[in-house]
Write a protein that binds this ligand. Structure first.
Ligand SMILES: CCCCCCCC/C=C\CCCCCCCC(=O)SCCNC(=O)CCNC(=O)[C@H](O)C(C)(C)COP(=O)(O)OP(=O)(O)OC[C@H]1O[C@@H](n2cnc3c(N)ncnc32)[C@H](O)[C@@H]1OP(=O)(O)O
Ligand SMILES: CCCCCCCCCCCCCCCC(=O)OC[C@@H](O)COP(=O)(O)O
Length: 443
């Protein structure tokens, strides 16, 4: 195996009589920070017992040194946990990961390339905090995890080879494979935060779709069709989902929702997870304004329609305006409250987007008060880019109502500004005080 660039070589010491160890890994890595560390790992090799399998880590981290929070070796640990493990085949026993500086790396360093001292010689930690290897780095992927993985892979191989010859053997090994899946799933959930991220997201969507299957007949039984009263059914069906995702809501300002009659609720919009917080505080006879694409979201779309959600075409302002003008009338005629996301789209940039005007036109047209609700930032438990979805707490702050009595279209701009400023300072306040993630182990 040729090591092509200055960088790192890490080895897997098998330590047992494993016939062959084949390994290949390719990938680039984005770690918990905001930047791609730019690691590329590429190796394909075969070796026998107690051999070290060299994997060259081609990196340009040296050139960006000082701009990053993470230690490059921590990034490698992430890589090992999340990607590399998958490409190991034919193992009978797991082996600890060990690091070794490669010759070229050393040569490069002699020539003066900036490679941190501790990174270049991890075995001799000099106690310097800046360059020291992070404590978590020493944690190996648990042996039993790798054993199970190896078992799973070998069972899969056996199934492939035996199925063509003996049907009996094949079905029993297939059972073997099936029995391996649940613990393997659990172990992956335990050991890989990226897996947890995708698993939770898929679970969320799938579970909501299933709940919607249940919601459709219940809504039809309750109201016989599209009606805002169906939101009660939807609310009670969605309430438990937060527990399944490990989320907790802390609501303050309940008293501000005790307003009688129609009003417009405005809130910030970070993700589809907002639905969980929304259902936490949703008052009676309240439905939402949503983009029209949501109606095509299968059973969820049908449920949204049954719940009386008002769909707008964001790309056609004139259409959206007339739908919202109609909604203002319905609000008064049917004593309905409407929830609008005035940012007009999802946003997880740690601040609010400038507000669209529709919600304020709506409130002025209906002469109904505005009740702002602020969701604290999700960034302490949910990071889309970094593939992190831990458990966490979300603060919901219900702000005092803003009256619109006597206002006209002329006042829309100042009403918008006032609401934006109030919500922005509340958002920064609740996001600051929100507890840090209490999530899974391996982050
Ligand atoms: C058990 C079951 C389980 C499963 C079931 C699950 C169920 C789940 C249940 C429930 C989930 C619900 C979750 C829903 C989540 C969905 C969230 C979304 O989809 S967010 C996207 C849609 N929301 C918006 O877009 C906001 C509203 N948008 C607006 O208000 C915009 O203003 C809009 C679209 C109307 C126009 O946007 P512009 O991009 O053109 O920009 P502008 O500056 O605001 O407006 C342009 C001009 O139009 C005027 N204008 C706007 N609205 C007006 C109006 N109503 N009347 C008069 N003029 C208006 C404005 O004054 C402006 O004109 P001048 O610049 O002032 O001259
Ligand atoms: C067959 C189609 C499959 C679609 C699966 C949808 C399942 C979704 C389950 C969660 C239900 C929650 C609905 C929340 C909707 C939502 O939050 O949509 C995001 C939009 O506001 C903003 O979208 P955008 O402006 O495009 O970022």
């Amino acid at each position: 195996m040729m090591v092509q660039e200055p960088g790192w070589e890490f080895g897997l010491d098998t330590g047992v009589s494993t016939p062959t160890l084949a390994m290949s890994a390719t990938g680039s890595l984005v770690t918990t920070g905001s930047q791609d560390l730019g690691f590329n790992v590429s190796s394909e090799t075969r070796c026998s017992r107690q051999d070290r399998v060299p994997v060259s880590v081609l990196g340009h981290w040296g050139s960006n040194r000082g701009q990053r929070d993470e230690h490059p070796l921590l990034a490698l640990q992430h890589l090992y946990q999340h990607h590399l493990v998958w490409s190991i085949q034919g193992w009978t026993r797991p082996a600890p990961l060990s690091f070794q500086r490669n010759q070229q790396c050393e040569a490069q360093q002699m020539r003066g390339t900036s490679i941190p001292a501790a990174a270049a010689a991890p075995q001799h930690d000099d106690g310097d905090d800046d360059d020291a290897i992070p404590a978590t780095f020493s944690r190996d992927v648990p042996r039993w995890f790798l054993c199970l993985l190896a078992h799973f892979l070998s069972a899969t191989n056996t199934t492939t080879t035996t199925s063509s010859t003996t049907t009996g053997t094949s079905s029993s090994t297939r059972m073997d494979v099936l029995w391996t899946i649940p613990p393997l799933l659990l172990l992956l959930l335990w050991s890989s935060s990226t897996f947890v991220f995708y698993f939770k997201k898929c679970f969320y969507v799938a579970w909501m779709m299933c709940l919607a299957v249940l919601a459709i007949p219940l809504c039809l039984l309750k109201s016989g069709g599209r009606d805002v009263e169906n939101m009660r059914v939807i609310r009670s069906l969605v309430r438990h989902v937060k527990h399944l995702l490990g989320l907790r809501f802390e609501v303050s300002g309940w008293e501000h929702l005790q307003t009688k009659g129609p009003y417009v609720i405005i809130s910030n919009h970070q993700s589809s997870l907002d639905v969980l917080g929304l259902m936490e505080v949703l008052p009676d006879r309240c439905t939402m304004i949503a983009k029209k694409e949501l109606i095509y979201a299968g059973t969820v779309g049908i449920t949204c329609w049954l719940g009386g959600i008002v769909f707008i075409n964001r790309k056609k302002t004139s259409d959206a305006k007339s739908v919202m003008a109609e909604a203002a009338k319905t609000m008064l005629d049917d004593q309905i409250r409407l929830w609008v996301f005035p940012e007009g789209t999802r946003n997880q940039r740690g601040d609010l987007l400038p507000f669209k005007k529709g919600a304020f036109h709506l409130a002025v047209a209906a002469q109904a008060p505005i009740i702002p609700i602020v969701f604290s930032s999700y960034s302490n438990f949910y990071l889309r880019k970094e593939k992190q979805f831990n458990s966490g707490t979300i603060r919901l702050k219900i702000l005092p109502k803003i009256d619109t009595k006597g206002m006209t279209t002329e006042d829309v701009a100042s009403l918008l500004d006032k609401s934006f400023n109030l919500m922005r300072s509340a958002f920064l306040e609740v996001s600051d005080s929100v507890p840090q993630s209490n999530g899974t182990r391996c982050h």
